[in-house]
Write a protein that binds this ligand. Structure first.
Ligand SMILES: [Zn+2]
Length: 172
């Protein structure tokens, strides 16, 4: 199975899935410059079905490489794209020029909340003030919904979730 098997029609379908955004970082992409990404990599047995394909920017696609996306709750395994990104700061801190930039306040370390753009849409779609509607519009992002439903029981208050862009919503 190779990327070449994906025809123009399917490529357009994949692009339309996220209305011109990279599935992972959420940056703007165009029909010309985007890359078709295999959510489950071909190397791990992923196929060319539309369900397994996401639009991505070249940068994310290249960095994700042969990694699986990984679960948000899975913090143990390093072998996922999510964990690669979560641990990026450790790699950056090893670079001497970065350390200098850090010391002089030129750059600041932040953390990532481990939600990809396509997962964050689950929370953003609809009106955030009306979370019931947000839940009902959920179709594509099964993994995020499962995470919410599974973890909801762990909290005795309304579950506060982040949309990956620094905004927090309450799911009732
Ligand atoms: Zn990206």
């Amino acid at each position: 199975m190779s990327r070449k098997c994906i025809n123009k029609q399917d490529r357009l379908k994949v692009f339309k899935k996220l209305n011109g955004h990279c599935a992972y970082c959420g940056c703007s992409i165009t029909e010309k410059n985007f890359v078709v990404d295999h959510i489950k990599p071909v190397m791990s047995g992923g196929d060319n079905s539309i369900d397994n394909l996401f639009p991505a920017c070249k940068s994310c696609n290249s960095y994700k490489h042969f990694y699986d996306v990984g679960n948000n709750e899975d913090t143990e395994s390093w072998g996922t794209f999510r964990n690669l990104l979560s641990n990026l700061t450790k790699q950056l801190e090893r670079i001497s020029i970065f350390k200098i930039a850090l010391r002089y306040g030129i750059v600041k370390l932040g953390s990532w909340d481990r939600w990809f753009y396509y997962e964050s849409l689950f929370f953003v779609k609809g009106n955030p003030a009306n979370p019931d509607k947000v839940i009902r519009t959920f179709t594509l992002y099964e993994k995020a919904r499962n995470w919410v439903l599974k973890n909801k029981s762990k909290y005795d208050f309304d579950l506060l979730v982040s949309d990956g862009r620094g905004r927090k919503y309450i799911i009732k």
